[in-house]
Design a protein around this ligand. Structure first.
Ligand code: SF4
Length: 285
């Protein structure tokens, strides 16, 4: 009988350009059906990352070519020190906020514009919305979430922001049709959105078992260009934040620049072709 040795595929990071910071692992005011996070029943979890961990990470990565810092969660805008964290990160690079938009109204957008104008870096918003039809969107995200995000779009664009709509293609629809329909609702909201204002990701079913024999050689994944800091340490990407399979160390003074590709999340990255989380800045030049 032959001995078969299975070797897990690995990914070597090319450069640390994207620094993801998970401001909270479980605190979110919504419970979207398709979210990759396993939420507790309570919405009152207070698991916010301490500000000192962020300051240390920024210092430890001072020699890295960080092009964008991404504030992620669960919902990052629930962090009690959100404004302080945002200002601190903006001193270092552009900052992208991944949000469901519930905490953005006109007053907040005006304030965020003032914060952005304090320096030279930009605040970019990735707003989660999953369908142009209100009922279909709210069916998976939660009742009222469609109107909330439309209000956030209106408020942000009023103050000169150019948000990206982050769409999970839960209903597996044609991407061109999705973008055209989303453009129509943006126009109604007073926002002349272009193709680069949309990122469409494949729906990822976290309960699906991993396939075998996947060819990862052409993968364009977030772990090639970034790492995520959480309250527990450094991980390969937001999907694997706080998951031992994505563990890359406890601090940025000494972290792993390679990781294994062994989860069903990795399989989703392979199929998605585009990076799930990082922004493709080439599209904006
Ligand atoms: S889930 Fe994607 S980004 Fe994360 S380690 Fe796997 S391939 Fe890399």
């Amino acid at each position: 009988m032959k001995n078969i040795i299975f070797q897990t595929p690995t990914c070597n990071m090319i450069e640390l350009n994207n620094l993801f910071i998970e401001l909270t692992a479980k605190n979110c005011n919504q419970r979207c059906k398709h979210c990759y996070i396993d939420f507790p029943l309570s919405k009152q979890v207070k698991d916010f990352i301490p500000f000192d961990n962020i300051k240390k990470a920024l210092n430890d990565t001072k020699n890295e070519n960080i092009m964008c810092i991404y504030l992620t969660g669960a919902e990052p805008m629930t962090h009690p020190d959100f404004n302080l964290i945002l200002r601190t990160c903006l001193k270092r690079s552009n900052v992208c906020i991944f949000t469901n938009g519930s905490f953005i109204n006109e007053k907040k957008a005006r304030f965020l514009k003032r914060v952005e104008e304090e320096g030279n870096n930009e605040i970019i918003f990735k707003l989660s919305i999953d369908h142009y039809d209100e009922l279909k969107n709210d069916e998976i995200r939660s009742r009222g979430s469609y109107r909330t995000v439309i209000h956030a779009i209106k408020s942000l664009t009023k103050y000169g922001f150019n948000p990206i709509l982050s769409i999970t293609n839960y209903y597996n629809e044609d991407k061109k049709t999705l973008i055209n329909e989303f453009k129509k609702i943006c126009i109604k909201a007073g926002f002349d959105a272009q193709d680069n204002n949309f990122t469409i990701n494949e729906f990822f079913d976290k309960n699906k078992p991993v396939c075998e024999n996947i060819d990862y050689s052409q993968i364009n994944s977030d772990c090639k260009y970034g790492r995520i800091l959480t309250a527990k340490g450094i991980y390969s990407c937001p999907f694997l934040a706080n998951d031992h399979r994505g563990r890359c160390g406890s601090e940025f003074t000494d972290f792993a620049r390679h990781n294994t590709l062994e989860t069903n999340f990795c399989e989703a990255c392979m199929k998605n072709k585009e990076r799930y989380f990082g922004i493709n800045f080439n599209l904006f030049q």
